[in-house]
Design a protein around this ligand. Sequence first.
Ligand code: APR
Length: 237
Amino acid sequence: MVVLTGAGISADSGIATFRDAGGLWEGHRVEDVATPEAWERNPRLVWRFYQLRRAQLREVAPNAAHLALARFEQACARADVGFELVTQNVDDLHDRAGSRTWHMHGELSQIRCERCTATVRGLDNLDPETLLACRQCGFPRMRPDIVWFGEVPYHLERIERSLRRCTHFVSIGTSGVVYPAAGFLAAARSRGAATVVNSLDEPANLHPRDRFVPGRASDVVPSLLADLASEVGIGDL
Ligand code: APR
């Protein structure tokens, strides 16, 4: 089974989604903070934006949907059923819930050097006003380890491999407009997987063959997974 999550699953923990409020993300146009051009143009603004998002993580916690996915993964491991959790989210709520998570769009909790590719994670209290030099090579400006628009997402080969093999694909809290992630649903469907989609509104990539379960992820995902547990052969959760 492959699960893809997006901003909607973390909305119930209090993290703003991307396409709310007239297309602004925390008051910024996405092009002003989430592109390599924005970083070149105004690294201080971009650094500040992401360090504030990172600081916000200390004030939020995984919700019932994150926790149910982690429990589901443990049940799959016990029953020797393959399970992969892929997220577009850069928050750490799946990780804190206990899931092994493939962060295809990077992670707020990590920064990386553009010159030598060294990464550093787990630095608390990074100053949002001060750019950080790389300790490995001295390059003056480490960047957030975030995949911006126009950049290639992480782990695509592994994800593609899982999509080819999965019998069940579940999409949670994503608007289905940002590719390549938005194409995973059709890829799994076309290979014969059963497809289940949760979101508040119908996402752009929804197909009549998908089972659509509307509602808040923290309300509906635990029971949706309980239903799937017997289908994938892991018994009761
Ligand atoms: N429960 C379930 N779904 C929800 C909830 C909720 N509580 N709240 C909102 N949603 C749904 C919305 O209906 C919408 O379909 O979550 C989706 C959020 O969509 P986006 O804000 O577009 O987020 P996402 O699809 O994750 O964005 C994809 O775009 O900006 C880039 O790289 C960024 O990873 C991000 C990518």
